[in-house]
Design a protein around this ligand. Structure first.
Ligand code: MG
Length: 484
């Protein structure tokens, strides 16, 4: 059988096109297809402050939708129940005491995040990401420590908590300087009154939307640490008086609106299918503020304590087609686990120094047999190991700590008492049966106690423990400047 020259050419051409198609399919996709990342980190938002976790008196429809379209994690821990420490952990994947950040840094603090530490922003920036933070930084307010020195291309927000201002209830003692917006490294307009503070959520939202529009061509990391609902509370006129839960509910409605606006923008730019959205909180509610505080959802105590009400935070993650929709996962995870997980999803390398986060990509994508995190350490204050968790068990060590119980909270923005040195005894709780940490079963479970003691001993060796006067081998210093 003879094949004409024309037919031979035709076959060759078909083959070449075929090879081309296969080669194109096998070629690694350009970095433009890496997922965008939007990370909401809400300030002092309690576990019970969303409709999907039982909030009353207002609704959070956009967050409910986020949960319906993604996975909600119910055992998700803030690394420590206070602003600066919690933020340091989220951005570096480390226990904050490993990297020398404790408590909430004040405006006069000479301390900040050490430039040797690698943040999520730095890791993804090396992968071609554009990075922006709109909201509250609180990892050092001197220029050397601001976000632009830590891998962020853009910053617009406040340097620390917005109650660190001359209107603070304890101003006489604290002597806080005026609070200003910061644009990059430049100081902007002063936030002088509650009316000024009522623009925080809407301004930050507008800046975030503009960032999405301006950087839609490249993969981006957009970090939105809203300063609300940390006190002092204030909402835009559009939301003021709209809830049945007073100003706290109004503020939550506005934060929910903010999430909705970001989701709407992602959709209208055609980005929402290739964007990972993470929503969580830095710590539980500041309960002695009463009607101006959120709800721990029934967990014990709140912000500034190592009980679950301080550390268990709401967490929702959405990435259509990758993260299962409408799922609830009760696996133990922590904000520290976000960094290694995002690193794996974006192809970024991990920080060179030791971190504490564990990646949970397989779990995130739906493999519920995974148990990425087996233990959790509850450090508080400077470097006190107050409790450890393994599986469902939590061993609390004897320690002095803040308690909200036994005092009536304040109201209308004024705090009630919250004694700092309540003597908590050693206790063992089973969080599966007793999430409220009410029933001490220490004596009934000596084997469990000794297993948890081993976890604590290893932690003391590694990170130290002020309660037992142990230094720890692997702690790194915070950044520090010497002022003349
Ligand atoms: Mg906070």
């Amino acid at each position: 059988m003879k094949i004409t020259a024309r037919l031979q050419w035709s076959i060759l051409l078909v083959l070449m096109i075929g090879i081309g198609v296969v080669a194109t399919a096998l070629t690694p996709k350009p970095s433009a297809t890496k997922p965008n990342i939007v990370l909401f980190f809400i300030d002092d938002l309690g576990y019970g402050d969303l409709s999907v976790t039982g909030a009353l008196g207002y609704k959070t429809p956009h967050l409910d939708q986020l949960a319906a379209e993604g996975t909600r994690f119910t055992n998700f821990m803030a690394a420590q129940a206070v602003c600066s420490a919690s933020r340091a952990a989220l951005l570096t994947g480390c226990y904050p005491n490993r990297i020398g950040i404790t408590g909430a840094l004040g405006p006069q603090s000479k301390t900040g995040l050490n430039s040797n530490e690698e943040t999520i922003a730095e890791l993804v920036k090396a992968q071609g990401y554009t990075t922006g933070i709109f909201g509250k930084w609180h990892l050092g307010s001197e220029q050397e420590f601001l976000p632009l020195q830590h891998g962020f291309d853009e910053f617009y927000g406040v340097p620390y908590s917005h109650d660190m201002w001359p209107l603070h209830p304890w101003q006489e003692k604290a002597q806080y300087p005026p609070l200003h917006w910061i644009d990059g490294i430049k100081s902007g307009a002063e936030i002088k009154t509650l009316e000024d503070a009522s623009t925080l959520t809407s301004t930050i939202t507008e800046k975030a939307l503009s960032f999405i529009r301006r950087h839609k061509q490249k993969p981006f990391f957009l970090y939105i640490p809203h300063p609300m609902p940390h006190v002092p509370l204030a909402a835009s006129p559009r939301f003021k008086g709209k809830s049945e839960r007073g100003i706290f509910g109004d503020v939550l409605m506005e934060l929910d609106w903010s999430v909705g606006e970001v989701m709407k923008e992602l959709k209208s730019q055609g980005l929402d299918k290739n964007t990972i959205v993470i929503f969580t909180s830095d710590n539980g509610p500041w309960l002695n503020y009463g009607d101006h505080a959120g709800s721990s959802g029934g967990f014990r105590e709140g912000k500034g304590t190592s009980f679950e009400g301080g550390q268990r935070v709401p967490a929702i993650m959405r990435w259509p087609g990758v993260i299962p929709a409408g799922r609830i996962s009760n696996k133990l995870l922590s904000t520290m686990d976000v960094l290694p997980t995002l690193a794996k999803l974006t192809g970024a390398s991990l920080p060179k120094e030791k971190i504490d986060g564990v990646e949970f990509v397989a779990l995130l994508k739906g493999d519920d047999t995974q148990i990425p995190r087996k233990e959790f350490l509850y450090y508080y204050r400077q470097n006190s190991l107050e409790a450890v968790r393994k599986a469902d068990w939590k061993l609390v060590f004897e320690h002095p700590g803040r308690t909200y119980e036994g005092s009536l909270p304040g109201k209308d923005g004024q705090p009630g008492p919250a004694p700092e040195n309540h003597p908590f005894p050693k206790a063992l709780y089973n969080l599966a049966r007793d999430p409220g940490e009410r029933y001490n079963v220490l004596e009934q479970n000596p084997d469990i106690v000794s297993e948890l003691e081993k976890v604590a001993d290893a932690a003391r060796e590694d990170l130290g423990d002020d309660i037992q006067k142990k230094e720890g081998k692997n702690r790194r210093p915070s950044g520090r400047i010497e002022r003349k």
